[in-house]
Design a protein. Structure first.
Length: 135
C-alpha cells in the first residue's frame, strides 16, 4: 500500500460535478473540450517534430502527415461524441477506433519511404507516438 495509506495524500478528485445551471454545465464541458483539443494539437506538433528529427520527414511529407494526424483526430472526436451521446454502442466504438487507427497507420506506411519506415520502426517506444497513443 502507498505510504499515505492509499488515501491520495488528501487530494480530492471530483468525479461528479454539481452545477448551478445547465449553462454552467455546458460552459464547463466546452472548457474541458477546448483544453483537450489544445492538448491534442500539441501532441500532433510533437509527433511531427519527432518524425522530422528521427525519421527524416521531408518538407513535402510534413503537410501530408499533419493531414493524416488531423483526420485521425477528427474521427476520434466524432466517435467520442457519438459514444457520449449514446448513438453508438461501446463495442461499436471500440471497433471503429481500431479501424480509424489502422487507416492512419496504412496512410503513414504509404507516406514514408522504406528507409523512413525502417527508421520509424527503430524509434524508442516513447518516440513512437503515432503507434503509442493508439495501443
Amino acid at each position: 500500500m502507498a505510504a499515505d495509506g492509499g488515501r491520495g495524500n488528501g487530494r480530492v478528485i471530483h468525479l461528479v460535478y454539481d452545477f448551478e445551471s445547465e449553462e454552467e454545465r455546458l460552459a464547463f464541458e466546452e472548457n474541458q473540450r477546448l483544453g483537450w483539443q489544445r492538448r491534442l494539437q500539441r501532441e500532433r506538433e510533437i509527433k511531427v517534430q519527432i518524425m522530422r528529427e528521427k525519421v527524416g520527414l521531408t518538407a513535402a511529407q510534413e503537410p501530408v502527415l499533419v493531414a493524416i494526424l488531423e483526420a485521425e483526430a477528427q474521427e476520434r472526436q466524432r466517435l467520442v461524441d457519438a459514444l457520449a451521446a449514446g448513438t453508438i454502442a461501446r463495442s461499436s466504438f471500440d471497433e471503429q477506433v481500431r479501424t480509424n487507427t489502422q487507416n492512419a497507420r496504412q496512410e503513414l506506411a504509404r507516406l514514408l519511404t522504406p528507409a523512413q519506415a525502417q527508421a520509424y520502426e527503430e524509434l524508442a517506444p516513447r518516440e513512437q507516438v503515432l503507434r503509442d497513443d493508439t495501443q
